[in-house]
Ligand binder design. Structure first.
Ligand code: C5P
Length: 210
């Protein structure tokens, strides 16, 4: 079976979906969009300027997406607040759909890629891991960056963001009914990549290219 190569990857924070998305994009030579960056850029700019998140979402520019502070937990929390606003989501939808529709195909990761952005993607992965495993990874990442934090705090912030993302009315975090669930609690990045490829092969996915 050949398909236009669109791979939709969703899941909660720290489950490893970003790393997996980058690996798959590199493997198949596809462009990759980390959709969380869009919400982080809107959230951070809204906090810094006090301007309306909807207005900011309508005029994001590439420099907004290059801000090194986008990877911080402050930006993550700000993102999950603006991500609950339906008008912000609607404004960002078009860009994400166009990215997915390019002739090359694409890999997108986020919270609603398989459910809302690309409901017809031939490959949908829902990447999860236990809260402890996710918090442990995030904690190590922060410590490696020199951020002074403690694990219970990372766990609490993650739980708060998970709750907000799962309980919101607009495009909540949830698996598409046809998504393949990949629990990475006991996997490293190589094992998660191998499991995703094995799933795709078992389903006979053959990407034909543009
Ligand atoms: O994936 P990342 O942690 O960078 O996402 C930051 C926040 O952006 C998430 O917690 C979520 O609230 C929001 N988001 C979203 N829909 C997406 C991607 C991210 O609501 N497709």
């Amino acid at each position: 079976m050949t398909h236009k190569p669109v791979i939709a990857i969703d899941g909660p924070a720290g489950a490893g979906k970003g790393t997996l998305a980058r690996r798959l994009a590199e493997h198949f030579g596809l462009p990759h969009l980390d959709t969380g960056l869009l919400y982080r850029a809107v959230g951070l700019k809204a906090e810094r300027t006090g301007r309306s998140p909807v207005e900011i979402a309508g005029c994001l520019d590439p420099s907004d997406l290059a801000d090194p502070d986008l990877r911080t937990d402050v930006a993550g929390q700000a993102a999950s607040k603006v991500a609950a606003i339906p008008e912000v989501r609607a404004t960002l939808l078009d860009f994400q759909r166009k990215f997915a529709a390019q002739a090359t195909g694409a890999v997108l990761d986020g919270r609603d890629v398989g459910t809302v952005i690309c409901p017809h993607a031939p490959v949908k992965l829902f990447v999860t891991a236990s809260a402890e495993a996710r918090a442990e990874r995030r904690y190590r990442e922060l410590r490696a960056k020199g951020v002074d934090t403690i694990k219970p705090r990372v766990l609490a912030e993650m739980a708060e963001r998970d709750r907000r993302d799962s309980e919101r009315a607009a495009a909540p975090l949830k698996a598409a009914p046809d998504a393949y669930h990949l629990d990475t609690s006991d996997m490293d990045a190589d094992a998660a990549f191998a499991a995703a490829l094995a799933f795709m092969e078992s389903k006979g996915f053959r990407f034909s290219g543009p």
